[in-house]
Write a new protein. Structure first.
Length: 401
């Protein structure tokens, strides 16, 4: 197998994004296969005992065990790093494994983290429940306001952790302002970029230190596998992330890595079309429902900021109806759009966060995050938007809207 050398990586770095998405990271075996090979192997063999010893000592290039290295997984990591414009990437079994590793690898008892209020439910569990259990204090701020990050900084603050756009309220964070603030105070900024993906937003261009992904969402894009990724500098990945992940083992399976590799080939096409569809559906809903939370529409209070950081609005937005009963009635009236809490799929999916993804978050915290009883989140897929609009039209009517 021809593994990529530093020289190859320098060449691939000049490729434009569409080329990176198709070819980045590809390493071919002696058979010259066009599509990436899938290496379903847990271990590797050595010609001689001395080779095994040299490899374990790090003196000989080569793989030792698939918790640590796998050729298919490495191809995906190099492709994501190229798309991100990051020096290095490591993939994880799920998005939550990526978030957990990105935080725990660098935080110790006595450290302090500042996190964004609007976040994926499990991300809030990390900041509100897991980290404090290990003596890591956390302060939650309204991440839409950079001043709140500034006010929360303490001498022991080590990490800023936030999403933009955030799940599910579509809060937008000013990446430049918050990441610059982190840099100025020696704080590491960790950005959960699952909603936009590197196809639409590359936080490192705005000063982010670390980006973390649920690749389950748009990167796979077809609702097949769970996967996660963490990107950073070569130094941070090698010396901070790897000691944690090599020994705790949140490793991505080679099969899932292969599926995500295939997904990345069409990421740009899908996310641009889904963004267009999300705009069409959003324009239809605006005026018909009491409140829209759609970063692609001028009615979103942070529309200008969102569009200055992102190349398109992305497939996901939220809106509000009059409480849980009407939200459930609208969901139950859908004939084409599925009731599903997943996102980033090529199918349109709608969920009621307060009773699903954020049901484990206390009512008080939901209110603080903006997850109201009438909030619905819609992932707009690749279907014809006219069909989606017809379906929503009849479901809204059934729900009395
Ligand atoms: C889905 C999601 C996660 C968790 O990812 P999994 O792959 O489900 O573990 C984290 N953050 C955001 C913003 C997500 O949408």
């Amino acid at each position: 197998m021809k593994r990529l050398t530093g020289q190859d990586r320098a060449t691939t770095a000049t490729w434009r994004p569409a080329t990176r998405a198709i070819r980045g990271g590809t390493a071919r075996t002696e058979y010259g296969e066009t599509s990436e090979a899938l290496f379903l192997t847990s271990g590797y063999t050595y010609d001689r005992a001395a080779d095994a010893a040299a490899r374990f000592a790090g003196e000989q290039a080569g793989m030792t065990y698939s918790r640590l290295q796998n050729p298919t997984v490495e191809m995906l990591e190099q492709r994501i790093a190229l798309l991100e414009g990051a020096e290095a990437c490591r993939t994880m079994a799920t998005g939550m494994a990526a978030m957990t590793a990105a935080l725990l690898c660098q935080l110790s008892a006595g450290d302090h983290l500042v996190g964004g209020r609007a976040a994926f439910g499990s991300c809030r569990w990390l900041t509100d429940t897991l980290l404090p259990k290990f003596g890591i204090e956390t302060t939650i701020v309204d991440a839409r306001d950079p001043q709140q990050f500034a006010d929360a900084i303490r001498p022991d603050t080590k990490v800023f952790f936030f999403e933009t756009p955030a799940n599910p309220t579509m809060d937008v964070v000013d990446l430049r302002a918050v990441c610059d603030l982190a840099r100025a105070h020696g704080i590491t900024s960790v950005v959960d970029n699952a909603f936009a993906t590197p196809a639409l937003q590359r936080p490192m261009e705005w000063g982010a230190d670390v980006t973390a992904y649920s690749a389950t969402k748009m990167m796979d894009g077809q609702g097949r596998v769970l996967a996660g990724a963490v990107c950073g500098t070569e130094d941070w990945i090698t010396n901070t992330l790897l000691p944690f992940t090599r020994n705790t083992g949140p490793t991505l399976s080679p099969f899932n890595a292969w599926v995500v590799l295939k997904g990345l080939e069409t990421l740009d096409l899908r996310i641009r079309r889904q963004s267009e569809n999300a705009l069409a559906v959003g324009r239809f809903l605006e005026g018909r429902v009491p409140r829209m939370l759609h970063p692609g529409l001028p009615s979103h209070p942070q529309h200008a900021l969102a569009m200055s950081q992102m190349d398109a609005c992305g497939p996901i937005f939220a809106f509000e109806v009059e409480g849980r009963e009407q939200a459930h009635a609208l969901l139950d009236g859908l004939a084409l759009v599925d009731i599903s809490n997943n996102i980033g799929d090529s199918r349109s999916l709608m969920t009621h966060p307060a009773s699903t993804t954020h049901a484990s978050v206390s009512e008080e915290k939901r209110a603080e995050m903006g997850v109201t009883e009438g909030l619905l989140r819609l992932n707009v897929g690749l279907e014809d938007p006219a069909d989606l609009i017809e379906d929503l039209d009849q479901a809204l009517a059934q729900a009395g809207l």
